[in-house]
Design a protein around this ligand. Structure first.
Ligand SMILES: Cc1cc2nc3c(=O)[nH]c(=O)nc-3n(C[C@H](O)[C@H](O)[C@H](O)COP(=O)(O)O)c2cc1C
Length: 170
């Protein structure tokens, strides 16, 4: 199956088990690159036109505001030639229990008929939250595989679980 790995990730100040830390590469991006190395899937990063703030607390507020207003924040570009992929792996951080609203912007514009969708959510304690049920609403017509939750602060050691999950869902 030809795979597109569609992901959102934010490299900046974030919360890691009790303290704030500035990271150069987001947790979801680290996991997305590991998956691409495993499967050969094509990576596509969802980039906001106006990124959330580097400051963690400001970002938290901005993301909550977008969630509460059911916003569809603009993204820089959409993936090309989506029809050439059979498998879409959707990867994102848990933001307030679901995906960042930018993922809603993108997923709403894709035709999921005859596509298989599987999700990976990085988080800091809430697992996938309600993101999978939101995904199912957005990706109507797709066949769904079981999702994977990865603790963001432990992403560097997710290789084994990623490999097992990939084997069981491809
Ligand atoms: C705006 C915002 C909201 C978040 N909300 C949650 C949450 O509700 N539950 C949770 O477990 N983690 C939450 N987190 C933590 C992230 O999901 C986690 O750190 C993730 O790995 C970040 O991925 P990234 O580095 O690829 O952006 C939140 C982080 C941010 C910045």
């Amino acid at each position: 199956m030809r795979e597109l790995i569609l992901y959102y990730s934010r490299a900046a100040e974030n919360y890691f088990g009790g303290s704030l830390k500035y990271i150069e590469k987001g947790n979801t991006e680290v996991a997305a690159e590991k998956l691409a190395a495993l499967t050969g899937g094509k990576l596509f990063q969802v980039k906001p036109v106006t990124p959330y703030a580097d400051n963690y607390n400001t970002c938290i507020d901005q993301a909550q505001k977008d969630l509460r207003s059911n916003a569809r924040p603009a993204v820089k570009e959409m993936p090309d030639n989506i029809e050439q992929y059979d498998l879409l792996t959707v990867m994102y951080p848990n933001y307030w229990g679901t995906m960042p609203m930018h993922m809603f912007t993108v997923l709403e514009q894709i035709d999921f008929k005859e596509k298989t969708v599987r999700a990976i959510c990085t988080h800091e304690g809430s697992g996938m939250g309600r993101s999978e049920s939101d995904l199912k609403k957005l990706c109507s017509g797709a066949e769904f595989k079981k999702g994977l939750a990865i603790q963001g602060s432990s992403v560097s050691s997710c290789d084994e679980s990623l490999k097992k999950w990939n084997e069981s869902t491809k």
